[in-house]
Structures are given as C-alpha cells and as structure tokens.
Design a protein around this ligand. Structure first.
Ligand code: SF4
Ligand code: SF4
Length: 60
C-alpha cells in the first residue's frame, strides 16, 4: 500500500522543519497549520525530522 505523511495538528509546533527537508514540496505551512499534499511519496524524511513527533506515515 502507498503511504503518505500525516500530521497530528495537536502536536505540530509550526516550526517548518518538515517543509525544509521535503524534496517534493509536499509539506506546506498554511496560515496556522501544516498541510501535506498529494506530492508526498511517503519517503519518511520529514517524520524523522520533526522535533515534536507530530508526523507519521499512514497508508492511503
Ligand atoms: S514523507 Fe517525504 S515526500 Fe512526504 S512530506 Fe515527508 S519528506 Fe515529503
Ligand atoms: S517539523 Fe513537526 S512541528 Fe515542525 S512544522 Fe513540521 S510537523 Fe510541525
């Protein structure tokens, strides 16, 4: 099954670290929350980068 990053918005501190590491521009900071778009290929780099443990991979 393909996977995609998902964010727990209760944990996200809106720091932008995941946006900086994604090569596919799949993480976007929108006003006050993070959105992950369909460009995500589930590589997991942002999941390891997030200092808040707010990201995980889920089957889509
Ligand atoms: S899992 Fe990979 S492709 Fe998806 S948002 Fe994170 S860094 Fe980008
Ligand atoms: S790295 Fe984590 S805390 Fe920072 S914006 Fe991304 S999901 Fe939120």
């Amino acid at each position: 099954m393909p996977k995609r990053a998902v964010v727990d918005r209760r944990k996200c501190a809106y720091c932008g670290a995941c946006v900086a590491v994604c090569n596919l521009n799949a993480n976007e900071l929108i006003e006050t929350y993070l959105e992950i778009n369909e460009n995500c290929n589930g590589c997991g780099i942002c999941v390891k980068t997030c200092p808040m443990g707010a990201l995980s991979l889920a089957e889509v």
